[in-house]
Structure formats: C-alpha cells, structure tokens
Design a protein around this ligand. Structure first.
Ligand code: GAL
Length: 424
C-alpha cells in the first residue's frame, strides 16, 4: 500500500536553521574596526543592531519554535581580547551562556570565529595584511577551543575569505578600504595560513572532537556568450580564483592562489566540511590575455534576458546555481553544509519562493547522493547589512528597530513546515 504521507527528502539528522553574525545582530561592538569605521562617518552605524547581545535567549526560542535544530553564530573577537593580549573573562562567560541557551533548546551551535570584523588594535597593526595576524588568530582559536570547546561540534574559522579580500582590499568598500589587487591576494594567502593554524589549534585542543570548516562564498559563474571559448576560459579562471583557490590550498596544504608564491601550509586537508554561502549567478565576459584581464569582467544582468528576478541587493535569483556549486565542491570529497543562502527583499512572498526553489536544488544534490549535511538560511533576523545599514531585509523574523519587537514572517513559518515534514 502506498503511504499517504509524502516521503522525506531531507534526512532526519539534517541540520536546519539560520545564520547570523555578531556585528550584524549583537549591537554595540564598540571595540571593532567596523565600529570605528562607522563612527568615522564612512557608512551607516550599526548602533544597538538587534540587541541580540541581550535578547539572544528570546531569539533562540523563536528559532526553536520554528523547528531549527542548528544555528550559525559568530563570537566577537574584539570583545574577548584586549590590546595587551589578555582576555576578558566576563565576555567569555557571556558566550558560554549564549551557547548553553542554544543547547538547552536542542539547537546545535555552528560557531564562527571570524565574520569580517577585527579588534581595532589588530586592524591598527595592519589587519589581514600583517603576517602577525596568522599567529594571533591561531591563538584566539586555541583559546576559544579551550573555553567553549565542548559546547560546539561544528566550527567555522573564517567567513568568506575571498569576499573580505575583495570588499576590503580590492574594492575599498569595507575597512581598511584598500584598493590594491596584490594586497587582496596577500590577504587571502594570510587567511589560508590563519585557517590552517586555527584548524590545528582547535583539533588538538579538542582531541579531534570537532568538525572544522570555513564558510566560502561561492558564485555560479556562467560565460556571457554561451559556447564562446574566450568567455569560457575567463569563467574557468575566475571560478578557480574565487570559488576554488582558497579551498584547494587548504586541502592540498600549500598555497595555490594565482599570482602568489606557492607556500606549504601548517597542515593539509584542513577542512572537515565545506561551508557554502550561496547567493547569486554572475556572467563573465572575456577581456583579453594576461594578468588580471584574463579573469574577464562581470557582465551586467541587463545584457542577459535569461536572468531571473533581481533582489534588493541587485543579485540575480538563480536557484539552480546552488546545485551547481554543491556539485563543484564534490572534487574535495568532503561533506558540505549550506552556511548561508537568502534574499534581501521587503516582499516576504519572494522569500517563500526563494526558499522553495533553493531547497529543491539542495534536494536534487541529495537525491544524487551528494553529502549535504545542512541548510542554514541567511538570516534569522533582519539585521545590519554592512554598508547598506538597515535597508536590506534578509530575516525570517522581522525586527522593529525602534521597539526591538520581533515578528515571525510567513517565510519563517513556511521554512518551519519544510523542516517539520522533511519535504515540500
Ligand atoms: C554574506 C555575509 C553576510 C551577509 C550576507 C548578505 O556575504 O557573510 O554577513 O551580509 O552576505 O549580504
């Protein structure tokens, strides 16, 4: 007899939840480089953000109500370590309480060590450009493991290394606002070294009882002119630089970043899982041979009638791309976790559709046997979207930034229903 119940597509132990980052939700991260940069008038101010620093328990109750069994969050380094190198025990206690609150609700933490921001004093010493950060970050990882170690199974060292290198050191849009191609590659190399150091530190502090990964921004790159060999070559190069060079370096244990000297890393295969942050497709057009040119340039969506809806961030909604990037990662033979995927929109019906279509893509990957272990939506709450301030709404839960009231959106309930049934 055929069961009336729809068959589960997503396995019972699948990790379901949402992602946040400290600076975007906690509020009053006064000791970070971002805070200083905001105060210097460069961008909107994060201020008290969602006040998640105080309201975390309430927010985790909402996540639990929505059936989430995992939650990605970051700890704020600038709260934890002082310029003289000493640690602030009251802030460590705070994060202990945060993690206990999650665990008490049956929600597994996915703990990120670095999500774009740095302590102001590290930034003053040259931020990711100064090699010293490799050791400082490794010690921070070691300390975190020794204090919060047993409280999290999944660890993410660095969020979106390529994106940070690009936004902060190439495009000059994030602090320290550099615009130098070579520097952006140096920073990427330092992050790879810092990751390897942190991986070793966490694994040895926790006797191997932790799964350590990185959250990588992956884009679905397509040639501007289908079947044009030059565009296809530019796609290949850009895909290598932006989607693969960092991960490949970690897996091979040597830097394989174009334009950077090859260098042996502290350890190889330093990813127990690959975190995928997926948002969009980009079309790439050939520009010529040689140097930076050979990576091509991004072709505007207006030139591509085949492109889908555009979000409030100006990104194309291209759900098939999620399947494409998961598949791209299979060469590394590691489980993958969607550590971010979401849409900026004021129209929550678009979020419902976005979730449905992206989960279909995830389901396709699972049905083909790809080891996808979780899906964490960006984001739990409407929050501080970096240079865009509070104008972009990514949350499953609406936040009234005056009263700080939270209200679950229909998309939050829609997602909850899929979690509950394990299918659509
Ligand atoms: C990612 C980033 C998040 C969030 C998201 C939406 O690149 O990790 O912090 O801002 O984009 O733009």
């Amino acid at each position: 007899m055929v069961s009336e119940k729809k068959k589960r597509i997503f396995p019972k132990n699948f990790l379901w939840g949402a992602a946040t980052s400290a600076h975007q939700v906690e509020g009053n991260n006064k000791l970070s480089d971002w805070w200083a940069w905001e105060k210097a008038g460069n961008t909107a101010e994060s201020g008290r953000a969602c006040a998640k620093y105080e309201l975390y328990d309430h927010d985790f109750s909402l996540a639990a109500e929505l059936g989430h069994n995992s939650h990605r969050l970051s700890i704020e380094w600038s709260r934890l370590q002082r310029p003289d190198g000493s640690w602030d025990n009251s802030e460590w206690d705070h994060y202990k309480k945060v993690l206990s609150s999650l665990t008490a609700k049956g929600i597994k933490p996915v703990l990120t060590l670095n999500h774009f921001t740095l302590p102001k004093y590290i930034a003053r010493q040259g931020a990711w450009l100064n090699r010293n950060i490799i050791d400082s970050f490794s010690s921070f990882a070691e300390k975190t493991a020794s204090i919060l170690g047993g409280m999290a199974e999944f660890w993410i060292t660095i969020n979106e290394p390529n994106m940070l290198a690009e936004m902060a050191y190439l495009k000059g849009e994030f602090p320290p606002c550099r615009r130098d191609y070579k520097e952006s590659l140096t920073v990427l190399a330092h992050m790879a070294e810092a990751h390897a150091g942190a991986y070793e530190a966490i694994k040895s502090a926790l006797d191997g009882n932790a799964k350590v990964g990185a959250a990588k921004a992956l884009t679905a790159f397509h040639p501007c002119r289908k079947n044009n060999l030059f565009d296809m070559l530019a796609v290949k190069k850009t895909r290598w630089l932006r989607n693969h060079s960092f991960i490949n370096s970690l897996m091979e244990g040597r830097l394989t970043i174009p334009g950077m000297p090859e260098k042996i890393l502290k350890t190889k295969k330093s990813l127990d899982f690959i975190g995928i942050n997926y948002y969009l497709r980009q079309f790439v057009r050939w520009q010529g041979f040689g140097g930076r040119k050979s990576f091509g340039k991004t072709c505007p969506y207006q030139h591509h009638p085949e492109s889908g809806d555009i979000t409030d961030m100006g990104w194309e909604v291209y759900p098939e791309g999620l399947y494409e990037v998961i598949k791209e990662m299979m060469r590394y033979r590691r489980p993958v976790m969607i550590t971010e995927n979401g849409i900026a929109t004021d129209d929550d019906r678009r979020r419902v559709e976005f979730i449905r279509l992206h989960l279909k893509s995830a389901a396709k990957a699972l049905s083909e046997g790809m080891p996808l272990i979780g899906y964490l939506h960006w984001s739990l709450l409407d929050n501080f979207e970096w240079t865009h301030g509070y104008s972009k709404k990514f949350g499953l839960v609406e936040v009234d930034f005056k009263s700080l009231d939270r209200k679950i959106k229909p998309s939050g309930w829609y997602f909850a229903d899929i979690i509950k049934k394990g299918t659509f």
